[in-house]
Design a protein around this ligand. Structure first.
Ligand SMILES: [Zn+2]
Length: 273
């Protein structure tokens, strides 16, 4: 879950509350959420730092700090960052609380405890190997074609690989493949130039639309104000197993591709085109 549009929404909606403000306190309700450095060092280094910027790279949020270190947040499967004015607003499953000098509390809510906090000197050590950002201008159809060339992996698996393209996960991969009529098991090396061009366009259109709809709340994703996004209302196949395809009326099927549940229309996305 949270993929590029969800993490981008968190970044956009969190930033007015946090930029320019100092971290005045950290409360860890589950210490395992801190991956590096030690819990003691994490807390003592973070307190007193001013947040100078917030950026997204792939599914990571990067908080730039006044001492030039970066706080890197990964929401993983079930994480949300929820803004509150005081501790009485603490949501259930809160694992960490960051307090700011403007009275804002950021609650890291994470029912399944896969989320991660890291404090690092150099963020490129964590995000440096990620693939291109699909919404940046330099992600062209040619770049996509070059990266797909000679790749034998199923398209579904490749689109979800963060070192191939950053930020896409299972939901938006399913939607992009449906929009282009590509079966999730098809091998990348068999795509035509025209299919690659359509896939490139679909990826960008689907991600932009999902950002406009503030992300998809299929399971446990919430916006920083605690409300849900509506991007999932536009899903054609993702999480719609058994429903009828909006294009042809065939039932949407679910298969597992390299351990990822994958939804597709068997008629619109034939295995052998
Ligand atoms: Zn169909």
């Amino acid at each position: 879950m949270p993929e590029l549009p969800e993490v981008e929404t968190v970044k956009n909606e969190l930033s007015p509350y946090i930029i320019g403000h100092c971290i005045s306190g950290i409360t860890l309700l589950w210490e395992g959420i801190v991956k590096e450095p030690s819990v003691e060092e994490f807390c003592s280094c973070l307190i007193g730092q001013r947040i100078t910027d917030i950026a997204r790279r792939g599914k990571y949020l990067i908080f730039s700090l006044s001492n030039d270190e970066s706080l890197i947040v990964h929401l993983k499967m079930t994480g949300s960052l929820i803004v509150g004015r005081d501790l009485s607003e603490e949501p259930r499953f809160t694992r960490a609380i960051i307090q700011l000098d403007n009275g804002i509390h950021i609650f890291f809510r994470d029912p399944r405890k896969f989320g991660a906090l890291r404090l690092v000197n150099d963020s490129s050590r964590i995000v440096g190997k990620l693939g291109p950002e699909p919404l940046e201008a330099d992600f062209t159809p040619q770049v996509l074609a070059q990266r797909l060339a000679k790749r034998k992996a199923p398209m579904k698996a490749l689109l979800c690989e963060q070192n191939f393209i950053a930020g896409i996960g299972s939901m938006y991969a399913d939607e992009a493949l449906f929009a282009t009529g590509i079966h999730p098991m098809r091998s990348a090396e068999n795509l035509s130039d025209e299919e690659i061009e359509r896939l490139h366009r679909a990826i960008r259109e689907i991600l932009w639309a999902a950002i406009e709809n503030k992300g998809a709340s299929v399971n446990t994703y919430f916006r920083p104000d605690g409300t849900k996004g509506t991007a999932h209302c536009d899903f054609k196949v993702a999480h719609r197993g058994g429903e009828l395809c909006v294009v042809c009326g065939a039932p949407v099927e679910r298969i597992v591709v390299r351990s990822r549940g994958s939804y597709f229309c068997p008629r619109c996305q034939p295995e052998k085109p």
